[in-house]
Design a binder for this molecule. Structure first.
Ligand SMILES: [Zn+2]
Ligand SMILES: [Zn+2]
Length: 381
């Protein structure tokens, strides 16, 4: 019998998105669910057909191959075992358990246990929040951290069996993890009581870990924080997460960086901003100010005469380094001209004299004052 087109099987268009394919598949799976089709002898094969179609179309690589070559993409010796999509042993219950997981896995928080046999399981990814200072983000650092995690049991090398012996296939369920029982007219399937669904048993559980293959440990790690990280940067330490179960691979450890606010510098990407107070006299007649820099040093900045408050100046390459790249940002300084307070009598006297001279000296200002004066006089009239 010729195979039906996978899109046709799912009742989806060729151009359907991944979401649309998933929806179409869910609909089919519900329609063909064995519980609803006790009187439809074709339901089982249609159900398997839909399952097979979705197995291919949900996988971007397989889908691309199918779109290009059709069913021929998966026929013939393209690498032997497991190439047949939706393959496995063709057993109805195992096909169903895959569907079940796919249909409901989302609602159960995913990562559910496969219904059938269950062997090595990858360990969980771990998250570690690390707060660092802006100075550390600037320079990069080597940071020692302690991660509470589980590691592969040293007593059994992760197998869970005393002395590292291989676990054995469960004799009750022959490794399926499930047993079937006849109840009246129905056959019911339930989790194997001997192995709790794992499909394997351990004759002599490891004394160190009780058979789980993992030990709880605080683990010290040295993390390389590259220069230029910012809040939200994630650093992945491959294989440093939780140990896998029964010899499965370890998860990854993700370091989430949070950079503390800095007293003096505000950061915008690779640039830094800093407000620098200057005296009224320096702003007026010009001069030098010293500004702190993020590398811990100081830079002298020339303040041009007649600088107003808010004037911005750029110090090239005094900002933050770009993460994993060439280049450094700039530092922008903003002058904050300070009005003097708590003046002595002498200072006040000098300022009054200064003011008088300014008025005489500054035709623009005089012009402005006379305008204001005539404005008020006009208002009175
Ligand atoms: Zn052990
Ligand atoms: Zn069993």
């Amino acid at each position: 019998m010729a195979k039906r087109d996978y899109y046709e099987v799912l009742g989806a268009d060729r151009g359907a998105s991944a979401d649309e394919l998933k929806k179409a598949y869910r609909k089919k799976a519900k329609e063909l669910h064995p519980d609803r089709n006790s009187d439809n002898p074709n339901a089982e094969s249609q159900f398997k057909e839909a399952n097979e179609a979705y197995e291919v179309l949900k996988d971007a690589d397989k889908k691309a191959a199918y779109d290009r070559y059709g069913h021929a993409a998966f026929e013939g010796g393209m690498g032997g075992r497991g190439q047949h999509p939706g393959g496995g042993n063709g057993d109805f219950s195992s096909a169903f358990s895959d569907v079940f997981e796919d249909l409901f896995g989302d609602f159960m928080g995913g990562g559910g246990q496969r219904g059938g046999r269950q062997r090595a399981t990858r360990g969980s990814d771990l998250r570690y929040n690390l707060r660092i200072s802006l100075e550390d983000a600037f320079a990069g650092m080597q940071k020692a951290i302690t991660v509470p995690t589980s590691i592969v049991c040293s007593g059994c090398d992760g197998t869970g069996a005393e002395g590292g012996a291989e676990p054995q296939t469960c004799p009750t369920c022959s490794g399926m993890g499930k047993v079937r029982a006849q109840q009246g007219f129905f056959t019911v399937e339930r989790t194997c009581p001997t192995c709790s669904g794992i499909g394997q048993i351990i004759k002599n559980p490891c004394r160190t870990c009780g058979g789980s293959g993992r030990e709880e440990k605080e683990r010290g790690l040295s993390v390389n924080i590259p220069a230029g990280v910012e809040t939200g940067t994630r650093i992945r330490l491959s294989g440093e997460g939780e140990a896998g179960l029964r010899g499965g691979p370890s998860g990854d450890l993700y370091i989430f960086i949070e950079v503390n606010e800095h007293e003096l510098f505000q950061r915008d990407g690779v640039d830094l901003y800093c407000r620098v107070p200057v005296s009224m006299a320096t702003a007026a007649i010009g001069g030098d100010v010293e500004v702190p820099t993020i590398d811990g040093g100081r830079s002298r900045v020339k303040v041009p005469s007649g600088s107003q408050s808010g004037r911005q100046m750029r110090l090239r390459a005094k900002g933050m380094p770009a993460l994993r790249g060439a280049g450094t940002g700039d530092m922008f300084i903003e002058l904050a001209v300070e009005t003097p307070v708590n003046l002595t009598g002498k200072q006040k006297e000098l300022l009054r004299e200064f003011e008088k001279l300014s008025e005489e000296n500054n035709p623009l200002l005089n012009n402005f004052f006379s305008k204001v004066k005539s404005f008020w006089e006009d208002m009175k009239n």
